[in-house]
Design a protein around this ligand. Structure first.
Ligand code: GDP
Length: 326
C-alpha cells in the first residue's frame, strides 16, 4: 500500500485530498496545526510546516511515496497583513520539504513524488488571458511572491531528479471554503439574508474577475500529476472567468432575489492595494496529457455552496427549492 504525506490537511483541499487518497487505499499521514480538524483514518502529526527541521524528521520517518504540499497562508488578504510569515510558510517551507523529499529518495533509492500546490497568483497582473504554463511569473502581492519562490524551486528539484510538479491552481471553491474567501462570504451572506438572520452583505471589488472551479476537481488534478509518467507543471483552471458581481447575482438568484443591489454594500476598506482583475486558466496541457477536465461549472459551484449554507442554517433547503421555482 503506498503512503502519502499531506501538509495543510486542515484546509479545504487537504480534507478532500485525504478522502480521495483513502478511497484509493493509500495510507495517509498528515501534518497539521493543533487546531486542525482531524480526518478519519488519517494519521495526524501535529507540527508547523515552517519548522523545517521538524518536518524533515517527520518526512524521513514516515517515508512517503507521495508528498502533497498544501500548507499555506491561503489568503491574499492575510498575506498583506503578514508578509514575512507568508514568505516562510508559502515559500521557505516548501523548499525545506523539497530538500527533505530529495534526501529521502537519495537515501532510500525509492522514488518520491512531490506535488506543490501553486497558484495563479504567481502571474500577478498578466498581460494575456487566459494564462498558461508559459505566462511570465510576475507576482504582485506577498502571497504570489512566496508561491512563486516555491514554484521555481520545484523546477530546481525536478532537474535534480525528483518527480516534483507544481500545479498552478486557479480559484477552486466548495462549501468547505472558509468565509475569508469572497465566494463563501457571499453564499453564507446570501443564506443568512434569505433566512432573515442578516440584512446586508458588505463586499470589496465587485469588478474583480476570477476563474472559479470546484475544489474536488483540483484535488483530482494533484493525484493525476503525482502519478504521471513524466513530472511537469500544469495550469489547473476551467478557462471560464466571472466577476465577483456575477457570483453575487448567481448566488442571490438561488434564493429567488433578483434586486440584490439593495442588499449589498461596497466597503472601500475591503479593496486591496493591488488586485488581479482578469484571471482565467488555460488547462489545455493537463487536459491533453493527463486527461483532466473540470466536472462542475460555475452556476453549479454557486448553487452547491448556497445550498450547503442554507442547509446548515436548518430548514433552508426547502426554501431554496420553493424560491427557485418562482
Ligand atoms: P483570492 O483570489 O485568493 O484573493 O480569493 P478571494 O476569494 O479572497 O478574492 C477574490 C476576489 O474577490 C479578489 O479580487 C477580491 O478583491 C474580491 N473581493 C471583493 N469583495 C471581497 C470580500 O469581501 N472579501 C474577499 N476575500 N474578496 C473580495
Amino acid at each position: 500500500m503506498p503512503t502519502a504525506l499531506i501538509t495543510g490537511v486542515g484546509g479545504q483541499d487537504g480534507s478532500y485530498l485525504a478522502e480521495r487518497l483513502l478511497a484509493d487505499g493509500v495510507e495517509v499521514h498528515a501534518l497539521g496545526l493543533p487546531d486542525d480538524a482531524s480526518v478519519d483514518r488519517v494519521e495526524m502529526h501535529v507540527g508547523d510546516v515552517a519548522d523545517v527541521v521538524g518536518t524533515r524528521a517527520l518526512l524521513l520517518e514516515v517515508a512517503p511515496d507521495e508528498v502533497y504540499n498544501l500548507a499555506a497562508i491561503s489568503s491574499v488578504a492575510r498575506s498583506w497583513a503578514e508578509p514575512d510569515l507568508t514568505a516562510r510558510v508559502n515559500g521557505v517551507a516548501a523548499v525545506g520539504l523539497l530538500e527533505s523529499a530529495w534526501r529521502l529518495q537519495d537515501g532510500s533509492g525509492r522514488p518520491v513524488r512531490f506535488v506543490q500546490a501553486s497558484s495563479a497568483e504567481i502571474f500577478g497582473l498578466p498581460d494575456r488571458s487566459p494564462q498558461d504554463e508559459d505566462t511570465p511569473v510576475r507576482p504582485v502581492n506577498p502571497y504570489g511572491a512566496a508561491k512563486a519562490y516555491a514554484h521555481l524551486a520545484v523546477d530546481v528539484y525536478r532537474r535534480r531528479g525528483l518527480h516534483a510538479v507544481s500545479l498552478i491552481l486557479y480559484n477552486h471553491e466548495s462549501p468547505r471554503r472558509p468565509e475569508q474567501f469572497v465566494t463563501r462570504k457571499i453564499t453564507a451572506g446570501v443564506a443568512a439574508i434569505a433566512d432573515g438572520r442578516a440584512e446586508r452583505l458588505s463586499l470589496g471589488n465587485l469588478a474583480a474577475i476570477r476563474d472559479w472551479g470546484w475544489a474536488p476537481d483540483y484535488v483530482e488534478a494533484m493525484v493525476l500529476a503525482a502519478r504521471a509518467d513524466v513530472p511537469r507543471d500544469y495550469v489547473v483552471g476551467t478557462g471560464v472567468s466571472h466577476s465577483v458581481e456575477e457570483f453575487v447575482t448567481a448566488a442571490f438568484a438561488c434564493v429567488g432575489i433578483d434586486d440584490w443591489a439593495s442588499y449589498v454594500d461596497v466597503d472601500p476598506a475591503l479593496l486591496r492595494p493591488v488586485d488581479a482583475t482578469d484571471m482565467a486558466g488555460d488547462a489545455t496541457r493537463i487536459r491533453t496529457e493527463l486527461g483532466w477536465a473540470p466536472t462542475v461549472g460555475f452556476e453549479d459551484v454557486v448553487r452547491r455552496m448556497v445550498e450547503a449554507d442554507l442547509e446548515s442554517d436548518g430548514g433552508g433547503a426547502q426554501r431554496l427549492s420553493s424560491s427557485s421555482s418562482r
